[in-house]
Ligand binder design. Structure first.
Ligand code: ITT
Length: 191
């Protein structure tokens, strides 16, 4: 079985990606590697930060690995919070980030947005990127208790429920992360 480190500290990402990967890939955590420090995320773009996180682990530990950098891009806010999604309101507290987002969208009726994930895989020192995007709308108030981050205020295109009203298997059929992960799986199968 192939062993790959998933360079993340976000347990929700691990749950979602593991559910897609199934038993074919054994995920090694950062703790198992002995990596305790914060991964660098300083490039200012989702693509760049994804590459930076995976590259950090490859350079330091020389293990095959992948990283996921994601963000919510709201059209009326010129793509914000985007690469700053995790710390939008100044901390990682999801409820605070949602409150600030809804405040910044007060009075805005054009509510188009998209989630974007870029996965960077480093395998034997070679870098590969896989992107996943889902379009949708920002709700006027949070709905649902599942998921994480901005899931309670994101209504995916064609859906009747927010991401936070879906269980993980339902979100995993359509999400940005699921799409990027499907591309990752196809690539690994082709090796
Ligand atoms: P790692 O860097 O350790 O992987 P992180 O949470 O810091 O974890 P990001 O830098 O990619 O991850 O930040 C993305 C933020 O965007 C995340 O904290 C959420 O607030 C939000 N986000 C990403 N994917 C999401 C999803 O599927 N549903 C809801 N919010 C999401």
């Amino acid at each position: 079985m192939r062993k790959i480190c998933f360079a993340t500290r976000n347990i929700h990402k691990i749950q979602e990606v593991k559910a897609k990967l199934g038993d074919d890939v054994h995920i090694i955590s950062l703790d198992e590697l002995g990596c305790k420090e914060e991964l660098p995320e300083t490039t200012g773009t989702i693509e760049g930060n994804s590459r930076q996180k995976a590259g950090y682990i490859w350079e330091k530990y020389q293990v095959d690995c992948f990283a996921d950098d994601s963000g919510l891009e709201v059209k009326a806010l010129n793509g914000a919070p985007g690469v700053d999604s995790a710390f939008y309101a100044g901390s990682r507290i999801f409820a605070d980030n949602i409150t600030l987002l809804l405040k910044n969208m007060d009075g805005i009726s054009k509510r188009e947005a998209q989630f974007k994930t870029v996965i960077t895989l480093v395998i034997q020192g070679q870098y590969h990127q896989f992107e996943g995007i889902i379009k949708g709308q920002i709700l006027y108030e949070p709905k649902g208790k599942d998921g994480f981050g901005y899931d309670p205020v994101f209504l995916p295109e064609g859906a009747q429920e927010s991401f936070a009203e879906m269980d993980i298997s339902k979100k995993n059929l359509i999400s940005h992360r699921a799409k990027a992960t499907e591309k990752l799986i196809k690539f690994l199968e082709s090796l």
